[in-house]
Every structure is written in structure tokens, then in C-alpha cells.
Design a protein. Structure first.
Length: 121
């Protein structure tokens, strides 16, 4: 769903970038056999939390479809606190709380964050 929405917003300016991301990140990287989707999701969440990226909200939301539960997220974010700093983990915990306080159908913040990122990219 996210990929289709993103591709629908493609312009001449960002066509090559979108193609690259679709083929590389959403295509070959997530399809590699050595890590399952749950593990890739947790790794991605840890990286985005450590870097303080807004895209974390999107991946927290998507994690519901990869077998990740809130306890898994909490463990990853504790790890982030030690290796990337308490402020990064605190911000990520705040985003996670907003996501997991929502019904499984969807978080408005994740949806609006994803839309904003799509428009920015």
C-alpha cells in the first residue's frame, strides 16, 4: 500500500530516485532470504530510532504486519538507548506509544508522517 501511494506521487524530478528505492529497498533488500521480515523490521526500527528519523512512525505501523509486537519494540528501543543515546530512545518510545495506543487499523500519525515523507522525497 505504501509503495503504491509513493509511486503514484512520482514526478520527473524524482523518478530515478523512486525507482532506485523501489528496486533496492522495497525490492531486493526486503526480499533477501537470510533475515526474515520480522528481523528486518526490528533492525530498521533500531536504525531509524538511532538516527531520529520521522520514517520511524511508518515502520512502527508496518511492524504490525511483520510479527513484531510492542514488547519487541520496547526491547529494541532499550538497546537504542544504550548505543545511540537516551534522547533518541525517548523520542522513539514516544512514537511507539502513539502507534501502539491506536487500534491495529492504523495510526493517524504514521499515515500522515508517511504522506509527508512521500511528498518530501
Amino acid at each position: 500500500e505504501h509503495v503504491e501511494r509513493t509511486l503514484a506521487r512520482t514526478t520527473e524530478l524524482d523518478a530515478d530516485f523512486r525507482r532506485f528505492i523501489t528496486e533496492t529497498a522495497w525490492g531486493s533488500l526486503w526480499a533477501r532470504p537470510d533475515l526474515d521480515r520480522r528481523t528486518r523490521s526490528l533492525v530498521t526500527i533500531a536504525i531509524l530510532a538511532a538516527l531520529g528519523r520521522e520514517e520511524l512512525a511508518l515502520h512502527l505501523h508496518a511492524s504490525r504486519n511483520t510479527g513484531v509486537d510492542p514488547h519487541d519494540i520496547a526491547e529494541v528501543l532499550l538497546h537504542v538507548a544504550v548505543y545511540a543515546g537516551v534522547p533518541a530512545a525517548k523520542a522513539a518510545f514516544s512514537m511507539a506509544k502513539k502507534e501502539f495506543d491506536q487500534p491495529a487499523g492504523g495510526s493517524e500519525e504514521a499515515s500522515s508522517s508517511a504522506t509527508s515523507q512521500e511528498e518530501d522525497a
